[in-house]
Design a protein around this ligand. Structure first.
Ligand code: ZN
Ligand code: ZN
Length: 146
């Protein structure tokens, strides 16, 4: 049992190392040839699916509004995003992807799909009963960490 506790400790610490300053963990390498942060790519992906405001983006990404503002600013500067104001409320700004940004959003989406299918592949190495136990374990662990 003590060994399992140590393994969990090591697992969580490895996640921290892998995550560095990123807001998410993805398996495999980014194949986009434009140097953007994960957060910037994720913003492009979200905006390609939905029309979102600054505060909605912050909520979805679980980062501060200031962090979103900073990421958006450089995306606009790099010609990835265009802004438009809400005709009903000029304080609300919406963002649209440029042609330059669309393939990056697509690539990021595929990267997420690849990550999920990797986890699925790992999970199928276990019997359905074992998978249920793993799920219970993860729920309990996340409950403690939160
Ligand atoms: Zn990418
Ligand atoms: Zn992402």
């Amino acid at each position: 049992m003590r060994q399992l506790a140590k393994d969990i400790d090591q697992f969580l610490n490895e996640i921290i190392l892998k995550a560095e300053n990123q807001h998410e963990i993805l398996i495999g390498h980014c194949t986009s040839d434009v140097a953007l942060t994960n957060t910037q790519e994720h913003i492009l992906m979200l905006l390609s699916e939905d029309s979102l405001t600054n505060s909605e983006l912050a909520r979805r990404l679980n980062v501060s509004q200031a962090a979103v503002t900073k990421a958006i600013k450089s995306l606009v500067k790099e010609g990835m995003l265009e802004t438009s104001k809400d005709p009903k409320d000029a304080r609300v700004v919406f963002y649209q992807l440029t042609d330059l940004a669309r393939p990056i959003a697509e690539e990021h989406h595929h990267h997420h799909e690849h990550t999920l299918s990797t986890y699925e592949q790992v999970a199928t190495q276990f019997t359905p009963n074992e998978q249920k136990i793993i799920q219970r374990f993860l729920t309990a662990l996340v409950g403690e960490i939160k």
